[in-house]
Design a protein around this ligand. Sequence first.
Ligand code: MLT
Length: 257
Amino acid sequence: MMTLAYESKGKGIPLLLIHAFPLSSEMWRQERRVLGAAWRVITPDLPGLGISPCQIKPSIPKMAFELNNFLDGLDIQEPVVLAGLSMGGYVALEFIKQFPKRVRALGLFSTRAEADSPEAREKRLKIVQNIQQEGLEPFAAATVPRLIGKTSQAANPHLIKDITALILKNKSDGVTGALLAMAGRNDSTDVLANIKCPTLIVAGREDEIIPFAVAEILQKKIPGAELHILSKAGHLVNLEQPEEFQTILKDFLKANL
Ligand code: MLT
């Protein structure tokens, strides 16, 4: 068991927001401020990222297990709203598989249920080697433009700088650990039809990492799921279109809690 670092804001129904790779809980800064007025917004750093310690054997199922301990540590007994973006979504699906009773509503943003293909796994292992040899800077420079849609890149060039800075705050071994965890993750497709709680899916039409068509498939597989495709966002929907994203999330929470 490990102690996860986190930030939290507000009171009321707990809303656990799980960040993407290779970022940290800092990516939810605006959501903490805006949604923290009505809900208890809790944003942990996943193992190895932000300032949380690394896992000895990196694994997504163990990350879900650590989040379960994390909720116990905060003495949260009531079911939470659990939402994750991309890698955060991989962890959220693993969590709902292991601890379905702890989730009252689910958010899946820019994410997918499938495990890595053999080619994707190979690519991740190559990136691990590169980071071990060259550090995080070349990796961040190659990754950030793919995380942000073309509209945001043109309209909001500071995002590239901000997200690069956020990535470079991480430790190399935490980033490589997260890559290994994602490469070894389970396929969660079989969980989808059994999801019983209200589910919100958000994706960006300009996402180059997980195409928005994947979100349309997710919606078909999760009973009653609500889907929003943001026309002017890439992968990092909440950072690229914060107001639109927050309105969708607030409306979903108001309608379903
Ligand atoms: C993420 O945003 O968490 C990553 O792009 C997910 C991945 O690499 O599969």
